[in-house]
Design a protein around this ligand. Structure first.
Ligand code: TXA
Ligand code: MG
Length: 316
């Protein structure tokens, strides 16, 4: 494959990216959460290439990205609770797992053969412009090799996937910095993955509590592997001080070599998380270790701690 193109997010760059998608290509696109590896969700061959480029297990389904609410009903059934969440949080960092509409034209590889489909309307203006220019559903997992740290800048995408994808559309650094919250809405509302919209905000809209991961009522998301977001270095959590040879990443009153947020701001910490994980990994060097200060388990802290626990989990 020719070298991966690095496209500026101009109208020319977006038109070129849409052309590449129509031709069955893979294009990394900026979203407000992380960069996504986009392909035509109706093209079996293009979707198969996503799995190959990421080395992703094919039982792990993909999120379908759409530009507006009018398109959602083409692919999914939308129960009343999902309507309410869509009105509150779309476009934005929320993904809903909904009953799949049969014969809707999506490649069965997108849903990994399930009877549900995960849908998100991203808020990033470049993602929305690309989705409108392409005109159809776009499958997009995070644009990183499977199991590694998710990308929040075009340079992160190129570090992991250069030469394996047609292009990256450069929209700068992602503002939210952690992936979307995934809620199952094909039955009782259940949290499958904490993310950019807080559980508290979702429960306020639903007027009910979400079933949480681990509850008997919560289905298991196929892709939630214990080890994920793995840097090269080892990771230790809830560190108040650093041990010899460690790079300490601070938060609030715990001052480190690097900091998620000096002021203890969870929005800032989420936006910095994946970039700092990469920087700390480079500083730690071969065989090194990274220690993370404690982060409170509220609001976006739930998503940050979820990613950190997976980064620290034993690697298979
Ligand atoms: O913020 C995000 O969600 C980013 C951007 C690019 O949109 N995308 C992202 O995709 O994080 P990915 O593939 O890294 O994570 C998607 C998750 C996986 O854990 C997958 O198993 C789950 O969504 N998923 C997809 N379809 C599903 C379904 N029908 N039922 C349950 N889980 C599903
Ligand atoms: Mg991912």
């Amino acid at each position: 494959m020719p070298e991966t193109l690095h496209l500026a997010a101009t109208s020319d760059g977006i038109a070129k990216a849409a052309y590449l998608l129509r031709a069955g290509g893979l294009v990394a696109m900026p979203t407000e959460t992380v960069y996504g590896l986009a392909a035509d969700a109706c093209d079996d061959r293009a979707v198969a290439r996503i799995y190959a480029a990421k080395n992703r297990p094919s039982f792990n389904p993909l999120i379908v990205h759409l530009p507006d609410m009018a398109q959602v009903a083409r692919f999914a059934l939308v129960p009343p609770g999902a309507e309410a969440l869509a009105a509150a949080f779309w476009p934005g960092p929320l993904t809903m797992v909904l009953p799949l509409r049969e014969e809707c034209g999506l490649s069965p590889l997108v849903t990994a053969g399930l009877t549900t489909v995960a849908i998100r309307l991203p808020a990033h203006p470049v993602a929305r412009a690309l989705l409108r220019a392409f005109g159809g559903p776009v499958a997009a997992p995070s644009a990183n090799p499977s199991g590694r740290v998710s990308p929040t800048r075009a340079a992160h995408v190129l570090a992991g996937l250069s030469g394996r994808i047609e292009a990256v559309l450069d929209g700068g650094a992602c503002a939210v910095g952690v992936e979307s919250t995934i809620i199952a809405m094909d039955g009782p509302a259940a949290l499958l993955r904490p993310g950019g919209v807080s559980v508290e905000a979702i429960e306020a809209v639903l007027g009910a509590q979400l079933a949480l991961p681990g509850d008997p009522a919560t289905p298991k998301a196929p892709g939630q592997l214990a080890s994920h977001y793995a840097p090269e270095a080892g990771v230790r959590l809830n560190a108040e001080t650093k041990q010899p040879g460690e790079v300490l990443v601070g938060f609030g009153t715990v001052k480190g070599d690097l900091t998620l947020s000096d002021s203890g701001d969870l929005l800032e910490a989420a936006a910095n998380l994946f970039h700092l994980l990469r920087e700390a990994d480079a500083l730690a060097g071969p065989g090194g270790a990274i220690a993370f200060a404690p982060v409170p388990e509220t609001g976006l802290g739930r998503a940050i701690n979820d990613r950190l626990r997976r980064a620290a989990a034993p690697r298979s």
